[in-house]
Structure formats: structure tokens, C-alpha cells
Ligand binder design. Sequence first.
Ligand code: ADP
Length: 272
Amino acid sequence: MPPTESTSSTPTANPPGSATPAIEFKDVEKRFGKTTVLKDLNFTVAPGERVTLIGPSGSGKTTILRLVMTLEELTGGYIYVDGKPLTHTEKNGKRVELPSKTTRAMTTRIGMVFQQFNLFPNMTVIENIIEAPVHVLGRSKNEAVEEAKSLLEKVGLADKADEHPTRLSGGQQQRVAIARALAMSPEILLLDEVTSALDPELVGDVLEVLRDIAETTDITMLLVTHEMQFAREVSHRVMMFDGGQVLEEGAPDQLFNDPQHERTRSFLSSVQ
Ligand code: ADP
């Protein structure tokens, strides 16, 4: 069942409960060479929950999303998706890497949208959207095209199916990227500063599409954004990061109206 939405602009504080988290970070460590970016990081995200990561630049937020998407190698600890290990498991007290096939099968349930859209420039909009459903999920081309058309409708770009991405505005490209992620029917959607590269007048349409997804689906979302009003509207929970650690977390109203840490207060006053 999708999460029940209140009619006010603030989502209900309690997302649908479940014994098995959609995402679990257990003792996660991430090093780049000698630099440790994340250390002993533990948190869970419930199925259907929408969690926004905020915090100063360099605090590790993007790295967290990239680890879930397996675009970065996990150097310590474990990440579980739906209770199943993503890249490493514990066997006889030892940390063991899973076969890449197992990991790849898990990541088909995860979609990611990037700051820089990352569309295939040599393909049309519709070809971008059907690429993975056809080649990764084995859907028939006709079925994938029908689904892609209805997704383009959803993101307000029904008339752009045969355009090349370079002929679209940044906001339109980002909406295609969102449609492309949704075409894989993800259980988890990762959104990494998806409006940061856009001209201010194009941000609203992209946020509107994301609001619609939040209201009409039960997709678990983990997002990094500097759009605090948007975070307040769509998140069940906000986590404030500093130096690779969760400094504090809470329902958006609580965290934004009554932050407990001076560092959260100064961060919020710098972005709001
Ligand atoms: P945020 O998203 O909070 O701005 P990031 O996750 O992008 O933070 O980065 C966290 C830290 O990891 C930064 O110090 C950054 O320089 C470092 N980092 C990120 N990616 C790499 C990389 N590929 N190689 C080396 N250092 C990296």
C-alpha cells in the first residue's frame, strides 16, 4: 500500500512501518585512498519512506547515494536492500564480497537521477527511456515504448519522445532522466541534487514531477537536495550530516524549526 498522505503540505511523520528496512547501512566505512569519508555509519530507511540528506558540501551525502547504487566500492561494513546484502556479506565472521551478478540483480530495483542528467546524447528521448527495460529487464520493445509514452505524459513531455536530449532544456532533460529511472519500476529512487544544475526558472517543473511521484507512488526515496522547502514538503525524515556522520535527524518540521545543534542551525541559515 502506498504511504497515506495528509492533505497538508507536510507528510505524515510516520511512514509505513515494516520489520525489514528498504535500505540498511551497517558499520559502513568509505575510504578514498587514505581519506576516510564515512566511518561506522549506521542508519535504516523504511519501505516507502522518503529521507532527505542535508549538510555541508563534502560531508559524504553523494557518496552515500553512490554506494547504494554501487557506483562506489564499499571499503568496510555492509549495505542491505530489502534485508539482502548488496555487495558484501558476513560469513563465519568474515566480510565476503558477493558475485557481481548478485549485486547487479539487486541494483535493477534501484534508480538514480543525477545532477547532470547523464542521458545518452546519441539516442532520442524514448530510446533513452526504453534502453534499460529492454536490455536489462528483457521487456518487449512494444511494451517498453507504451510504458515510456505514459511516463513521458506523467513528466509533461509527451511531445518530446523523438527529440534528442541536446535539443531540450536542462529542466526537460532532467524530467526525461526521471522518466528513465521510473521505467525500471524501481523500489528505491536515489535523487542526487537533481535541481542544482538547472536555471532557477526550470527548477519548479522538476520539483513538481517529484512531488507527484512522492504523492502517487510508494517508492522509497533517498535524496540529497539544497531545496529546503521541497525537502520539508516531501520528506518523512531529514538527516543532517557533518563529517560523514549523522549529526541529528528528525521529521522535517522538527529539524527545520527546532534544530538541536549549532552546526545544523548555521547550515540551515546558510541555505534558507
Ligand atoms: P557531499 O555530497 O556531502 O558534498 P561527497 O560525498 O561528494 O560529499 O564527498 C565527500 C568527500 O569525499 C569529499 O571530501 C570529497 O572530496 C571526497 N570524494 C568524493 N568522491 C571522491 C573520489 N572519487 N575520489 C576522492 N575523493 C572523493
